[in-house]
Design a protein around this ligand. Structure first.
Ligand code: ZN
Length: 245
């Protein structure tokens, strides 16, 4: 299927088309991306992916907006408290960019529905705050050979792992067993802001084939002394999730 860019789109995306060209912009327009969790991370990644012109965004989150979300979940305002996150998010993103399609789904990813969700998209963005769901998504992305862009945050600390099935390690290679879940943890709003931006950057690079994706390195952000480090990470040949591909 070939897509064309309208005059309006050429103008809207002009500054990034200067960077990577019209063909890359068309790739973005054709792309479908799911963002699982529109909290602190998902607020930021979804805004930038919508602004960049990713053709279809699917947002999945079952929660309603709470007052205590607003220090970091910048898609939402005070008057949105009590509403479903995906409903407000879809409306905001459409206001930002009416050229794209945005679908908000009040749901939770489980072993039973993950296959359907992942099959609808080209790439999966992790906006989650729990490991169980991340492991489910990582596994399904490996199975369907779709990129999975993981990020996790706590306090002033964040991490990013770009999983490209068959090319670098998966989440399970570097975290072999399910970490203990934490109900409510401390977060400075800027931490998911920074990690969400790194995720959006990698998504756009992968979809447009521009630059080099961060494969095989775990990126560690530490806001306490403001450092961004990378740790080389390898595939585990005996990884139960990706060892066989
Ligand atoms: Zn693996």
């Amino acid at each position: 299927m070939s897509v064309e860019l309208t005059e309006k789109e050429l103008e809207r995306y002009g500054r990034q088309i200067m960077l990577f060209g019209e063909e890359s912009q068309k790739r973005l327009k054709k792309a479908r991306v799911i963002i699982v969790g529109v909290g602190g991370l998902g607020s930021v990644s979804s805004l930038y992916l919508a602004a960049a012109g990713v053709g279809k965004l699917i947002l999945v989150d079952k929660e309603r907006i709470e007052l205590s979300n607003l220090n970091r979940q910048i898609l939402y305002t005070t008057k949105d408290v009590g509403k479903y996150k995906v409903e407000v998010a879809a409306r905001r993103l459409k206001e930002l960019n009416p050229e794209i399609e945005v679908e908000g789904v009040v749901d939770e990813i489980t072993e039973d529905n993950v296959k359907d969700y992942v099959s609808k998209v080209d790439l999966v963005v992790d906006g989650l705050d729990n490991w169980k769901t991340r492991f489910i998504l990582n596994k399904e992305c490996i199975r369907q050979k779709k990129p999975f862009i993981h990020a996790g945050i706590r306090g002033m600390y964040g991490q990013l792992l770009v999983v490209i099935p068959g090319k670098g390690p998966c989440l399970n290679c570097i975290i072999p067993s399910l970490p203990e879940e934490e109900k409510a943890f401390p977060v400075l709003g800027t931490t998911p802001g920074i990690l969400g931006l790194l995720q959006a950057t990698e998504v756009i690079k992968i979809l447009t084939n521009y630059g080099t994706p961060a494969i095989g390195k775990l990126i560690i952000y530490d806001g306490m002394d403001l450092s961004l480090r990378e740790i080389k990470v390898n595939r585990r040949p005996n990884c139960p999730v990706c060892g066989g591909i």
